[in-house]
Design a protein around this ligand. Sequence first.
Ligand SMILES: [Zn+2]
Length: 104
Amino acid sequence: MCHDEIFNLLKNKQTELIKRIAAIENDFKKGRSQDFSEQTTETENDQVLDEIHHEAKSELQQVNAALQRLEQGSYGLCVKCEEAISPARLMALPYTNTCIHCAE
Ligand SMILES: [Zn+2]
């Protein structure tokens, strides 16, 4: 993969995550304004939403960090052992910052 391809991939991912987070935050607001009878299910929904929200946020952080590394020219290098991360791993997880050995 060339620089531009990775950049576009990460940018798309970033846009997708920002949209997803906004949608979840919208759901939170809607859920709270509903009436009391539905509160039990709402609480459960809130927990699930909370988890998805948290996951999306941390994924977005990783994407942002990857874009920064791309800019600085350190993209594709493991932050722990400084070895190059395998292209197959980067294809599957474009925003990863550790090689397969350090991730385990
Ligand atoms: Zn490593």
